[in-house]
Design a binder for this molecule. Sequence first.
Ligand SMILES: [Zn+2]
Length: 120
Amino acid sequence: MGLKYSNKINKIRTFALSLVFIGFGIMYVGLLFKETMWLMSTFMVLGLLSVLLSTVIYFWIGMLSTKTIQVICPNCEKPTKVLGRVDACMHCNEPLTMDKELEGKEFDERYNSKKYNPEK
Ligand SMILES: [Zn+2]
């Protein structure tokens, strides 16, 4: 296959975490413009917004986690969470599917989209 897939929840979590750092980064840049009030406030607001956004995303992950299905990965035998029709194992990135029809088929994240149908 060659392509690397990773678990969606892990991906979103990484994104939310980096957003916190980006937010603090922006706020720090804002401090460099102490002399220019409007510029500093703009950076502060932007930084605060990304920190807030990551909080929202963390909350959203929490909601998503309740909807995921816990399965035992056939590859590494650890419990992992599957989100959507296809997802990858949280521990070893083994592609997993919840849909019997897709079993044995090449892993494709597009299967998560309802519009995508390779047969047509
Ligand atoms: Zn695994």
